[in-house]
Design a protein around this ligand. Structure first.
Ligand code: C5P
Length: 298
């Protein structure tokens, strides 16, 4: 029996970050939007744990052992369900690695879904969400998919109903940024930060309606100055994305992937073409309105 599950990458249309708490984490308010770029995890029963990683993106940085959050997800689920840690995992990556798009979290979420089915654990959504939150702040959203407001560490989610998708270009910068390092730089730059209690109603309305023009001026990422401080070339990239026609460019999460907002699919294609002509790797994508998926095969 072999089971494959998939989970999408995300961008943060809005990310507001408070000051460091004694837990070592920061309180957040964030607008999570899944995009149509999916990682796949295939799980097959075996007599020991193993992990293979391949994909359409550079996977050089991805660990093949217990340092990989997908491996940790398998371990956490085995412990919770009283199963043996014995499974061959194969990850197929399409989400940029260490790019601020929750690629590792997507792999952990897809592993939970795949192994829950393979091991016939039958866990309900809230138990899976609870396990997900022990693995990383973004893993609950990767399990949820679609669109949601995240609070606390980003793991307390409220679903947002989207009427119309937004269209994006993605520019996966060369190199990686560690989430922890970006947060540490944020503390240095903004030691007395506070987080708003709610998303601006105008932001929410534009997000739900897929109204790119109304949303563009409201896009915000508190971590962007910290990401730029660690990787100054991101500022030039933002200018290039906006010069190519994007309504707004921003860092995704802690970066370094940058995204640009387009008016529609055709406009996104035109922006991508202009950026590629300047030698910048660019993908076109849109809001994903689908749940993380499961596929069973024998
Ligand atoms: O939860 P996750 O393992 O993805 O977080 C990685 C690092 O990012 C944490 O160790 C912490 O330094 C930082 N972080 C934070 N506040 C959050 C989420 C992550 O400080 N809300």
């Amino acid at each position: 029996m072999e089971v494959t599950a998939s989970s999408p990458g995300k961008i943060n249309l809005g990310l507001w970050v408070g000051a460091l708490e004694s837990s070592g984490y920061h309180p957040l308010l964030t607008a999570f939007q899944a995009v149509d770029l999916w990682d796949f995890v295939t799980a097959r029963s075996d007599d020991q744990m193993s992990l293979e990683v391949k994909g359409s993106v550079d996977c050089g940085l991805v660990p093949h052992d217990e340092r990989n959050v997908a491996w940790q997800a398998a371990r956490a689920l085995a412990k919770h369900c009283g199963k043996e840690e014995a499974v061959a995992l194969q990850i197929s990556k399409n989400i940029p690695v260490a790019g601020g798009m929750a690629g590792g979290s997507a792999d952990a979420a897809a592993t939970l879904l795949a192994l829950d089915a393979l091991w016939e654990c039958g866990l309900d959504d809230s138990t899976l969400q609870q396990l997900a939150s022990t693995l990383g702040s973004d893993v609950p959203f990767s399990l949820h998919g679609q669109a949601a407001i995240g609070r606390d560490r980003g793991d307390a989610l409220t679903a947002v109903a989207i009427e119309k998708p937004l269209h994006f270009v993605l520019c996966p910068s060369e190199g990686a940024l560690s989430t922890g390092a970006v947060y540490a730089e944020y503390d240095r730059l903004s030691p007395r930060a506070s987080v708003p209690t709610a998303i601006d109603p105008a932001f929410l309305a534009a997000w739900q309606a897929g109204d790119a023009e109304a949303l563009a001026p409201l896009i915000h990422n508190d971590l962007q100055p910290a990401a730029i401080s660690l990787m100054p070339e991101l500022e030039t990239l933002a200018t290039q994305i906006e010069k190519a026609g994007a309504l707004r460019a921003a860092v995704s999460g802690s970066g370094p992937t940058m995204w640009g907002l387009a008016l529609n699919a055709e406009h996104a294609g035109e922006i991508a073409q202009a950026l590629r002509a300047d030698g910048i790797t660019t993908w076109v994508t849109q809001s994903s309105l689908e749940n993380p998926r499961l596929r069973l095969s024998r």
